[in-house]
Design a protein. Structure first.
Ligand code: FES
Length: 100
């Protein structure tokens, strides 16, 4: 992922966790941006196991659905393109309840 750098001022980056890996993002960016900034750039899997990616970036298609939790709060499903990142955010691209 490449961010526009010229003429843009952003707040200092914060760390979020995606599938156990640390990813740096700017406050105000969305969960979807965090996933795109990760090494895998992978959102959820479909029923055949194929990776899905974001499509509409406006909350309509649900292709960016992931699970997220802040700190020790319970996991919840959300559309990543609609939710801003926050400190202590953990993101999972698979249902955390079904992980071995
Ligand atoms: S990319 Fe379509 S709802 Fe998020």
């Amino acid at each position: 992922m490449k961010r526009i750098e010229q003429g843009v001022t952003r707040p200092a980056q914060i760390a979020v966790e995606i599938d156990g890996a640390r990813v740096m993002v700017h406050p105000g960016e969305t969960v979807a941006v965090a996933v795109l900034a990760s090494a895998s750039q992978r959102f959820r899997d479909d029923r055949s196991g194929a990776a899905r990616g974001m499509f509409c970036n406006m909350g309509t298609c649900s292709e960016c659905t992931v699970w997220a939790a802040v700190g020790t709060s319970p996991w919840r499903r959300l559309r990543g393109c609609l939710v801003p990142v926050e400190p202590s955010l953990r993101i999972s691209t698979r249902d955390p309840e079904s992980r071995p």
